[in-house]
Design a binder for this molecule. Structure first.
Ligand code: FAD
Ligand code: DHB
Length: 388
């Protein structure tokens, strides 16, 4: 087989890139290790920045998002039982969209199927070859046979545990990492959200987040120990741990119900530099991870894809290497700012095991955030997404 761009991974980064390239007549094949159903069963991000909304529109798959997504003008932060509000729209003129990653992925899969573009699901043993040569190749196993794709470029969009970053020589990549001493236990339920806006909760028992997917579907998270087993958390135990962290009004209003999904995510900051290795270009979680606080992971995947699709278009349409040469530096400049914001918000709102001094710093920082228009504006500017 031959294609222009072989894309590894059918998560949001791979599917969005595939759709944008296809729209401009650039041939691509997506290889995904799992089934489409499995990819859709992973409950992940929920808040989409305007720049990501714009890109999804540009890919031609935004119609359902605009019909069903919820536009949020602000967010709430509850500190030890007292709620505060940050008004994005007033402070920055911008808003965010609440629309699940699952729904975006489904819209992209449907768009890809309608365009007749090729996706190979359950592709096993995907391997990258000759990434520093002019004609790289990808091999994989399907239906008991080994297949080979010759291509011009490989886009590594296969997430943090994917094969693409692992295929790079160890001395060609510099990694920067912080692992946090806790995780998030998430629960999805068909119950109305407790509030019209998200509530980020800082409480001495630990962080919590009240989020949503629709007016009838809620997503809640609580900070948990890394040693927790999700099976040790029947729904009642989850609700009992969440409620004391909320303010009195939220505690009174919350509607609990059976979970549809429950999972634990560890929290990690990671960046691998650079993002280009010869003809292999990494995008999204394959290159960097943020802790979920602040909802930047999916949005960063989208901004990488914007830079990368523009660079590939420049290569094919204008015969210019400038976009590809600058891809890594341009993408990383935005990545590091989102890393900083996610790290800062994680440090601000979680309970850390040891230091009383750190706790006092959190409270001082929060007091400053709620008391200073400049601080609130800086928060809002980062939350709604920094400009390209
Ligand atoms: P992924 O979504 O990881 O997609 C990569 C794809 O590549 C997968 O489908 C995978 O199966 C496939 N793949 C992997 N290896 C191979 C291989 N060898 N061959 C072929 N295919 C392969 N972000 C937020 O903003 N808010 C959240 O609440 C949030 N919650 C999260 C919870 C969890 C448990 C995780 C892991 C992430 C969460 N994120 C969240 C981050 C966000 O979901 C990611 O940033 C986003 O999914 C990145 O998209 P991606 O396409 O780069 O990677
Ligand atoms: C969600 C996750 C986040 O990490 C966040 O900051 C906001 C919302 C969510 O899953 O809804």
């Amino acid at each position: 087989m031959r294609t222009q761009v072989a894309i590894i991974g059918a998560g949001p980064a791979g599917l969005l890139l595939g759709q944008l390239l296809h729209k401009h007549g650039i041939d691509n094949i997506v290889l995904e290790r799992h089934t489409g159903e499995y990819v859709l069963s992973r409950i992940r991000a929920g808040v989409i920045e305007q720049v990501a909304v714009d890109l999804i529109d540009e890919a031609g798959v935004g119609a359902r998002m605009h019909r069903e997504g919820l536009v949020h003008d602000g967010t709430q932060i509850c500190v030890d039982g007292v709620r505060h509000r940050i008004d994005f729209k007033e402070l920055t003129g911008k808003t965010v969209m609440v629309y699940g990653q699952t729904e975006i992925t489904k819209d992209l899969m449907d768009g890809r199927a309608a365009a007749g573009a090729q996706t190979v699901y359950t592709a096993e043993d995907v391997a990258l070859h000759d990434i520093f040569a002019d004609q790289p190749r990808v091999t994989y196993r399907a239906d008991g046979k080994v297949h080979e794709i010759e291509c011009d470029f490989i886009a590594g969009c296969d997430g943090f545990h994917g094969i693409s970053r692992q295929s790079v020589p160890a001395d060609a990549i510099s990694s920067y990492e912080r692992v946090y001493p806790f995780g998030w236990l998430g629960l999805l339920s068909d119950t109305p959200p407790v509030s019209e806006e998200l509530i980020y909760v800082r409480h001495r028992h630990g962080f919590a987040l009240c989020s949503m997917r629709s007016p009838t579907r809620s997503r809640y998270y609580i900070q948990c120990s890394l040693a927790e087993d999700v099976h040790a958390w029947p729904d009642e135990r989850f609700w009992d741990a969440l409620k004391p962290r909320l303010d009195a009004q939220a505690r009174e209003r919350i509607v609990t119900g059976p979970s549809i999904e429950k999972s634990i995510a560890p929290l990690r900051s990671f960046v691998g530099e650079p993002m280009r290795f010869g003809r292999l270009l990494l995008a999204g979680d394959a290159s960097h991870i943020v802790p979920p606080t602040g909802a930047k992971g999916l949005n960063l995947a989208a901004s990488d894809v914007r830079y990368l699709s523009e660079a590939l278009l420049e290569h094919y349409q204008e015969k210019s290497a400038a976009g590809l040469d600058h891809y890594s530096a341009r993408a990383l400049a935005r990545v590091w700012k989102a890393e900083r914001f996610s790290w800062w918000m994680t440090m601000l709102l979680h309970t850390f095991p040891d230091s009383m001094f750190d706790r006092k710093m959190q409270l001082a920082e929060l007091d400053y955030l709620f008391g200073s228009r400049a601080a609130a504006t800086a928060f809002a500017e980062n939350y709604v997404g920094l400009p390209f």
